[in-house]
Design a protein around this ligand. Structure first.
Ligand code: ZN
Ligand code: ZN
Length: 172
């Protein structure tokens, strides 16, 4: 154990969300191109990173679901009127760089945000009700071609001027 993954006040929660293996961030940014690799021809791989590039996440394949969330916690996490998360199975996501966690209780569950200690960007988060899954903030991909949200939740907190195009599930 190298200190940075040392459990916090709540060892049980920390143990459950331990993310490994960690790579050095250069392994994601500067790894050799996979063009021609048989697996990569059929599998989209995208890299998300925070503003200072010290924390990155590589996601293999398409997200299971992309959700827009208008809740006030996502508003405060992002500083924007809504958050956007792409959910993946944990084993499809590799993380590089150091993270700090912010654990937030939500009603009967917890949300664990993983953010960059240098620039503060929350690149990933987990929800205790979504065991085995992890979300990546889609803005961290910087990719306008990223799949759009299929679900819009906590719409009771939606800023009224925000409207998404296309078919999607709407939840209050
Ligand atoms: Zn950063
Ligand atoms: Zn939210």
């Amino acid at each position: 154990m190298d200190g940075r993954d040392r459990p916090g006040q709540d060892g049980a929660v920390e143990a459950r969300v331990k993310l490994s293996p960690r790579l050095h961030v250069t392994e994601l940014f500067f790894r050799p191109t996979l063009n021609g690799d048989a697996e990569n021809r059929i599998m989209t791989t995208r890299v998300a990173h925070c503003a200072c590039r010290r924390l990155a996440a590589e996601a293999q394949g398409e997200p299971l679901i992309v959700s827009a969330c208008h809740c006030t916690e996502c508003q405060r996490r992002t500083g924007s009127p809504f958050g956007l998360g792409a959910w993946y199975a944990k084993d499809k996501v590799r993380i590089a760089g150091e993270t700090k966690t912010f654990i937030r209780p939500v009603e009967d569950r917890t949300v664990i945000n993983h953010f960059c200690p240098t620039c503060g960007g929350t690149v990933l988060w987990e929800a205790s009700k979504r065991e085995g899954l992890i979300a990546i903030a889609i803005g961290m991909f910087g990719d306008p071609a990223f799949p759009p949200p299929a679900r819009s939740i906590y719409e009771s907190h939606r800023h009224p001027w925000i409207e998404f195009q296309g078919a999607m599930e709407h939840l209050a």
